[in-house]
Design a protein around this ligand. Structure first.
Ligand code: GTP
Ligand code: MG
Length: 450
């Protein structure tokens, strides 16, 4: 059945993983607490085994390995729901203390073999594995360092399978740990070299969505993780329900990634509006299309108008006219032709799934591969290099056996990635580069803002 193994790593990885399972169990008619099927439609079960293992008595388990160097976060999951298999929890004794070096060289390395044994057991029990879904931050020591180790091993052992990453990008708005830019920069080489699809979940944008779109005065990780889970549910819709477009990880990879290093994708979701605004929302497909191309609905702090889209996909859910969706999406491309690269003519794709997410009549999920992502990558590079100029906090890394070269090499790879994105836009970019199009359908109401 083309199964996917989820590996959730570190504090953020497990919290987001938990929110994801919460959302998708419901969509498949599985009770989150007991793991029992309580759904109403056979459609909910048709492709359920992509993400779940089932017993003969219709009890479902998340095909998830829950990993952390410390036990705290895992204990929150343990016992909360029967969908987690107790033997799939792997933890060490001490957190990697916000240091990639500890996640990669010491504390993380100490539990790597346990993680791999769990993955092997799951991989052996499935019919036809399509790949892995890794959920983790790159600001934390475990999420950055241990994930890099796991990825290197997966590429070695499962060279034919795809690796997708849901990556939390650090933001000063959500965390005050000064070394996070180092950890994020150090994660780039493994993401560049081993990941096939890297979905960027930027806490900077997520904070903005909570405070501006949803009008939440004090945003917490729970608020943010719910938005992320809805978006992940949207991205994985075509993997989990019958349909044509992007029905497997490889299809998403082929459609979204023109060549290997350019696989850093920006997700978006609509509707993302406060209950008060809800009354002014007509709930039309046209609104959804407008919103998913708006910077305010992207889960990464970039502006589509400051770059070119290499590829884009819209995954629509609920009852709607496929013709209308196609027409509206084509209109966006036609009206904003300057913001799409010319060298991929058919670079906007649409999928529709009848089943809406819980609590909504309709939704739309966006996946964009845009050269505008340079802004977020530069944010990491600039913060990390500013500290490195004075070698600030380097002793936390070299003291764990890391060579300084690992960091300078990571800076080089990050610069190269930024350059590659820049060149792929520049090939076709004209003097209008960076200009704001006032009539921009990406977000007509917000033109000129951000
Ligand atoms: N969106 C989101 N971000 C989180 C969450 N928890 C932590 N973060 C962010 O992730 C980064 C910290 O990473 P963690 O995942 O907590 O760290 P870790 O991987 O457990 O690594 P160590 O604790 O250092 O061993 C910071 O940038 C946090 O703002 C969460 O639940 N949701
Ligand atoms: Mg932690």
């Amino acid at each position: 059945m083309r199964e996917i193994i989820t590996v959730q790593i570190g504090g953020a990885g497990n919290a987001i993983g938990d929110a994801f399972w919460n959302v998708i169990t419901h969509e498949h008619g599985i009770d989150f607490k007991s793991g029992r099927f309580c759904g109403t439609s056979q459609l909910q079960l048709e492709r359920v085994s992509v993400f779940f293992n089932a017993t003969a008595s219709q009890k479902f388990y998340a095909r998830a390995i829950c990993v952390d160097t410390e036990q705290g976060q895992l204990q929150k999951l343990f016992g909360k729901s029967d969908i987690y298999r107790p033997e799939n929890f792997v933890s060490g004794t001490e957190s990697a203390g916000n240091s990639y070096a500890r996640g990669f060289h010491t504390d993380g390395a100490a539990i790597l073999e346990d993680v791999l044994n769990n993955i092997r057991r799951e991989a052996e029990s499935v019919d036809s594995l399509q790949g892995f879904q890794l959920i983790h931050s790159i600001g934390g020591g475990t999420g950055s360092g241990l994930t890099a180790l796991i990825m290197a091993s997966l590429v070695d052992e499962y060279p034919d399978n795809l690796i997708s990453n849901y990556v939390v990008i650090p933001s000063e708005k959500m965390s005050h740990v000064v070394v996070e830019p180092y950890n994020a920069a150090l994660s780039i080489p493994s993401l560049v070299n081993f990941s096939h699809l890297t979905f960027c979940l930027d806490n900077e944008a997520l904070y903005h969505i909570c405070s501006q779109n949803l009008r939440i005065s004090t945003s917490t990780n729970e608020h943010i993780n719910h938005i992320v889970a809805l978006t992940m549910s949207g991205i994985t819709t075509c993997l989990r329900f019958p349909g044509q477009l992007n029905a497997g990880l490889r299809k998403i990879y082929v459609n979204m990634v023109p060549f290997p290093p350019l696989h850093f994708l920006i997700p978006g979701f609509a509707p993302l509006i406060s209950p008060k605004q809800q009354q002014y929302n007509k709930g039309t497909v046209s609104e959804l299309v407008q919103q998913i191309f708006s910077s305010n609905n992207l889960l990464c702090a970039v502006d589509l108008r400051q770059g070119k889209l290499l590829t884009a996909a819209g995954i629509f859910r609920g009852r709607m006219s496929p013709r209308e969706v196609d027409q509206l999406m084509t209109n966006v491309r036609n009206k904003n032709i300057n913001h799409f690269v010319e060298w991929i003519p058919n670079n906007i794709k649409t999928a529709i799934c009848d089943i809406p997410p819980r609590g909504l009549k309709m939704s739309a999920t966006f996946i964009g591969n845009t050269t505008a992502i340079q802004k977020m990558l530069k944010r990491i590079l600039d913060s990390a290099t500013a500290m490195y100029r004075r070698k600030a906090h380097m002793h936390w890394y070299t003291g764990e056996g890391m060579e300084e070269e690992e960091l300078t090499d990571a800076f080089e790879q990050l610069k190269e990635l930024i350059d590659t994105y820049s060149r792929s836009a520049a090939d076709e970019m004209d003097e209008a580069q960076g200009e704001t199009h006032v009539s921009c359908a990406f977000c007509p109401k917000l033109a000129g803002e951000k």
